[in-house]
Write a protein of this length. Sequence first.
Length: 162
Amino acid sequence: MSTLQDDRDRIVELYADTVWCVALSRTGREEAAQEVFQEVFLRYFEKERSYENDEHRKAWLIRTTLICCRRYLSSYYRNIPLPLEEVADLSDEEIDETGALYSALLRLPAKYRIPIVLYYLEELPTEQCLQVLELKPAAFRKRLSRGRELLKKLLKGEDYFV
């Protein structure tokens, strides 16, 4: 017999990587991603919701993650200047265990980064990406295309100023 805590642990285990990846790619900082991650699952467990299936649940979690990221990024605390030591930590050389691709991905504007993360890293179907991002198919394809081009430039070492 499953307990409520077991169900919650299973949900977090199933979707933790997805929520974390989206939060980190949107905020660009581990501390911010941790705050967003906690907020998303807190919201999930606060209200009883019914979902058509696991894909619907995953879409809700991704959409909520994007909303929480937007709120975090516009908050007062986000706009406080970072100490010089923390800014240095964000350089390409200091980003460990992620490699050049992840570093380049973080330098992309969010409007290109998020579609790439959802489509290629999270492997969401196009229809679900369109729902989550609230985009038309042509806009989504254009953002993927432009994001890939900018990523190629960044990986080749060409200067690109975000």
